[in-house]
Design a protein around this ligand. Structure first.
Ligand code: B4P
Length: 185
């Protein structure tokens, strides 16, 4: 199973990703987690990424695509994977398609977690991560609208988009997601 999990920052991607990979026994690849690990380790890439992430901007497509290419070349991803927080731009989506075509492993489905901006603001202010200030969240939502939301049409045109409303009980949202994904298992 090869899945993309799409949604605004704070839509519950990280939360639901953990449940999805456990149910289907596939590899979880979160570009946010990979970048935070680079920052924590103080690598040159991490130093470059930190300021961008703190400002709520997107790290460059080249860097993120390089990280994904590296992960997708690992044997454990042969059994399937869930991409969480990637792709976030059209260039990343096109780069991913090219990579998966090369590997002969096209995506099965893109799942959109749909949550409105007011709910997102409340959730992220409650979370208190370093990049979760009101100003940064506003910027991240704007970046999402401008750069990531066009991917909804991109995957819709490929006939791969499925949408789940992401507000309410975490367990209930997982159930709705599993109903959609079971068709691809
Ligand atoms: P991410 O780590 O992807 O950050 P996120 O979008 O804020 O996380 P997520 O959406 O997973 O949050 P979650 O819902 O789990 O990226 C961080 C930064 O890294 C980006 O801003 C960017 O700079 C950089 N980056 C990452 N990927 C990139 C890429 N591909 N290209 C370029 N740059 C990239 O959590 C939200 C909160 O809601 C949690 O506290 C959770 O407990 C809560 N929650 C979840 N479900 C809920 C529910 N149903 N009800 C109430 N609360 C809920």
């Amino acid at each position: 199973m090869r899945i993309v999990l799409l949604g605004a920052p704070g839509s519950g991607k990280g939360t639901q990703a953990e449940r999805i990979v456990e149910r289907y026994q596939i590899t979880h690849i979160s570009t946010g987690d990979l970048l935070r690990a680079e920052v924590a380790a103080g690598t040159p890439l991490g130093k470059q990424a930190k300021a961008i992430m703190d400002a709520g901007e997107l790290v460059s497509d080249d860097i993120v695509l390089g990280m994904i290419e590296d992960r997708l070349s690992k044997p454990e991803t042969q059994h399937g994977f869930l991409l969480d927080g990637f792709p976030r731009t059209l260039a990343q989506a096109e780069g991913l398609d090219a990579l998966l075509t090369k590997h002969g492993q096209p995506l099965d489905v893109t799942l959109l977690l749909d949550v409105d901006p007011d709910e997102i603001m409340q959730r992220l202010l409650a979370r208190k991560r370093a990049d979760d200030t009101e100003e940064t969240i506003r910027n991240r939502l704007q970046v999402y609208e401008n750069q990531t939301a066009p991917l909804i049409d991109y995957y819709q045109n490929q006939g791969k988009l499925r949408k789940v409303h992401g507000v309410g009980d975490v367990e209930a949202i997982s159930k709705k997601i599993f109903q959609v994904l079971d068709d691809f298992a």
